[in-house]
Design a protein around this ligand. Structure first.
Ligand SMILES: [Zn+2]
Ligand SMILES: [Zn+2]
Length: 351
């Protein structure tokens, strides 16, 4: 890093292709670490943000990327948790108020303080500067918002764990997926494939509900016990009342009542994807068997570390396609076409 200016790939304006640029990174504060980024995953949220599809506009140019894996290069004078050479990750946020009930409980992703959860990119940090993400060669982050990547996980395949991995791990842990529990994962994409691996490693009986049987072999190889095509309406009768937990990773509009019908009494359908349009649920689909319709968003720092350690113990990582930085725009198109198995990861040495 020279003069705190680093190479990055940014969206210069909404809908414009991403291009190489240079961005400043802040001086190391007492508790900051400088990370030499090795790999950055491409999350669907990156595309929504780079194209300003979530309505709030954006602080362009935007450097996306919140699935970051790298190695600590330097540490500030007050840093106690990390040393140069450590393998680390950064996920979807880089700060939060640290004082609200949720922050104190380790649920920084649900921070209710004035600062709120500070996203890794396109957010305003406590220094008033707009954050820039992981499609870059380096990042400076507070040590309390970095994660340790276990030695057993290759850094490239570890990167997507920081968003896709924790997004699935947190609801599986919260709703206690494990032996004797039947878990369904709706959609076998970047999120869904992590759900299958994690739920299987937790000991649950795992079913994939996908539009077609196109990825059935993959699903079974990744740990699913069953695989069904939801394009076949008979499935909804055959599997009625089956699952304790359904994780919906699909952002498209779904017939939620049909999926609620697949839950056992007391079961929970958890929404993880964020469709553009409001969803509709018939109250009777919930009332008639004490079912819940819930949501969940990533996970806090402590739980994200727990997820990484769990992945290290169980030999779990993401299935990835490694790309060069100049392939990012093409990769975006392929993500939108669901043409990736299962996560694109940028080799940041090519930026
Ligand atoms: Zn993400
Ligand atoms: Zn807070």
């Amino acid at each position: 890093m020279t003069h705190n200016t680093v190479a990055a790939y940014a969206a210069p304006a909404p809908k414009a292709p991403l291009e190489r640029t240079e961005i400043p990174r802040r001086e190391l504060g007492a508790h900051d670490i400088l990370i030499d980024i090795k790999f950055a995953g491409i999350c669907h949220s990156d595309i929504h943000t780079a194209r300003a599809e979530w309505g709030e506009g954006g602080h362009f140019p935007i450097v996306p990327g919140h699935e970051i894996a790298g190695v600590v290069a330097e540490v500030g004078p007050g840093v106690t948790r990390y040393a140069p050479g450590d393998r680390v990750g950064v996920g979807c946020f880089v700060d939060s108020c640290r004082e609200c009930d949720n922050c104190r409980a380790g649920l920084q992703q649900y921070c209710t303080g004035e600062l709120g959860m500070v996203g890794t990119y396109n957010a305003t940090g406590r220094d008033g500067q707009v954050t820039q993400g992981g499609y870059s060669t380096h990042i400076v982050v507070d040590e309390n918002y970095a994660l340790r990547v276990p030695d057993g996980i290759p850094l490239d395949a570890a990167a997507p764990l920081l968003c896709a991995g924790i997004t699935l791990y947190s609801p599986l842990a919260h709703w206690q997926a494990g032996p004797g529990k039947k878990v369904a994962v709706v959609g076998l994409g970047g999120l869904g494939h992590m759900g299958v691996k994690l739920a299987h490693a937790m000991g649950a009986e795992v079913t994939v509900l996908s539009q077609s049987l196109r990825k059935k072999d993959d699903g079974l190889r990744l740990g699913a016990d069953h695989y069904h095509a939801t394009s076949d309406p008979a499935i909804f009768e055959e599997l009625a009342g089956t699952f304790d937990l359904i994780l919906n990773t699909v952002s498209a509009d779904l017939d939620l009542d049909a999926y609620l019908g697949l839950l056992r009494t007391g079961g929970t359908l958890v929404q993880l994807g964020a469709p553009e349009n409001p969803l509709s649920v018939s109250p009777f689909a919930l009332i008639a068997a004490r079912k819940s319709f819930a949501g969940s968003m990533i996970g806090g720092i402590r739980e994200t570390q727990e997820m990484l350690d769990f992945c290290g113990e169980h030999g779990i990582a993401s299935e990835i396609e490694l790309i060069r930085a100049d392939q990012i725009n093409e990769a975006y198109e392929r993500v939108l076409a669901s043409d990736v198995r299962y996560r694109f990861v940028i080799d940041t040495a090519t930026i």
